[in-house]
Design a protein around this ligand. Structure first.
Ligand code: SAM
Length: 326
């Protein structure tokens, strides 16, 4: 497609620059963009009526696609989670389509109006604050309604933190399970993790930075000390991927919570490194060296590893007191 575009504008092979009318008649390839010089988007013929699920960047503005710009610049309406967020994005991109809120709290009320406009033949784009709509973001009921009412729906794909995190994790990417956000409370979180325990796939989670350490610790407890990656601030200036077993990551982020946005990627079952006696001893000694009492060290290590408190306490007593109670 890029080759066709360049020769159509005469930038390659010395080809004559076609007149605007000739460009409009380029029907051999229905996806060949009608490219004006100096601004390779947004001036083609108006997109066909329907709902367009348009991905936007997750941090790097230059990850917007030409097709996203085509659609967003010509949509009759852009439905977005937060009009202020999308308004800022539009300002940076020089776009000015009308914006209308569509989010978890108003979706039931807002959907009928969107459906009426779609039924009348309008072009409506759905965007989220960042990334791919519907991936831990609103939109699937709107898509479902369009399918039910035979209204065209298409996707304008682009960035998504889940796939970007998976790519950079270094973990198997041939089979993965996107699990979105875990419940915020420990018991609920562990219940969901238990459901995922035997899934033969790499697991991908979104997590808020201040819950990363406790989630990693619960993952280690329920899933075992599998290899994992914490991918932070993807596509942004401070992009960082830390790859280590879950317990090491839990300790690292308990000491200093990560800043910014985070994706956690966890290896499939079978790769878990069992926690051996040497590692347990090292953890207990480390905790005591940092000033914990034997009892507190045992409680800490039990929480980190998911092993029973009594079991770890008994080991700690053997290690530090020859088996005598404190
Ligand atoms: N729909 C979006 C997508 O396709 O990636 C995700 C929306 S979800 C509400 C927001 C979560 O995605 C964040 O809390 C974080 O877990 C993850 N996320 C978004 N942008 C990110 C980035 N640049 N780096 C790491 N994680 C990111």
């Amino acid at each position: 497609m890029a080759r066709q575009r360049q020769s159509a504008t005469g930038t390659r092979n010395g080809a004559r620059k076609p007149s605007p009318d000739e460009r409009q008649d380029d029907t051999d390839n229905p996806v060949a963009p009608d490219v004006p010089e100096g601004r390779p988007w947004g001036r083609g013929s108006k997109p066909a009526p329907g709902l367009y699920l348009v991905s936007t960047p997750i941090g790097n503005l230059r990850d917007i696609t030409l097709r996203a710009l085509d659609v967003l610049s010509q949509a009759d309406l852009v439905a977005c989670e937060d009009t202020r967020m999308t308004g800022k994005l539009f300002q940076l991109l020089g776009l000015s389509a009308p914006l209308s809120p569509y989010h978890d709290h108003n979706a039931e009320r807002a959907r009928p109006a969107l459906m009426a406009r779609l039924a009348a033949g309008e072009v409506i784009a759905l965007v989220s604050d960042a990334g791919t709509p519907m991936v831990s973001d609103p939109g699937w009921r709107l898509v479902q309604a369009c399918i039910e009412h035979h209204i065209a729906v298409t996707s304008v794909p682009g960035a998504s933190a889940a796939l970007t995190g998976l790519q950079l994790s270094g973990l198997p990417a041939d089979r993965f399970l996107f699990a979105g956000f875990l419940p915020t409370r420990g018991a609920g979180r562990r219940t969901v993790l238990k459901e995922l325990e035997t899934a033969p796939a790499t697991l991908i989670f979104y997590e808020s930075p201040h819950r990363v350490a406790e989630s990693l610790s619960d993952m280690a407890t329920v899933l075992g000390n599998r290899d994992a990656a914490v991918a932070r601030e993807l596509t942004k200036m401070h992009e960082e991927v830390v790859r280590a077993p879950l317990l090491d990551l839990a300790n690292r982020y308990a000491a200093a919570p990560p800043r910014g946005e985070v994706v956690i990627v966890v290896a499939p079952p079978g790769d878990a490194a069992p926690i051996g006696p040497e590692e347990l001893e090292a953890r207990l000694k480390g905790a005591v060296a940092e000033g914990s009492s034997i009892k507190d060290a045992a409680a800490l290590v039990a929480a980190e590893t998911g092993l029973g408190r009594r079991e770890v306490y008994a080991l700690a007593l053997r290690l530090f007191r020859g088996g005598n109670e404190e």
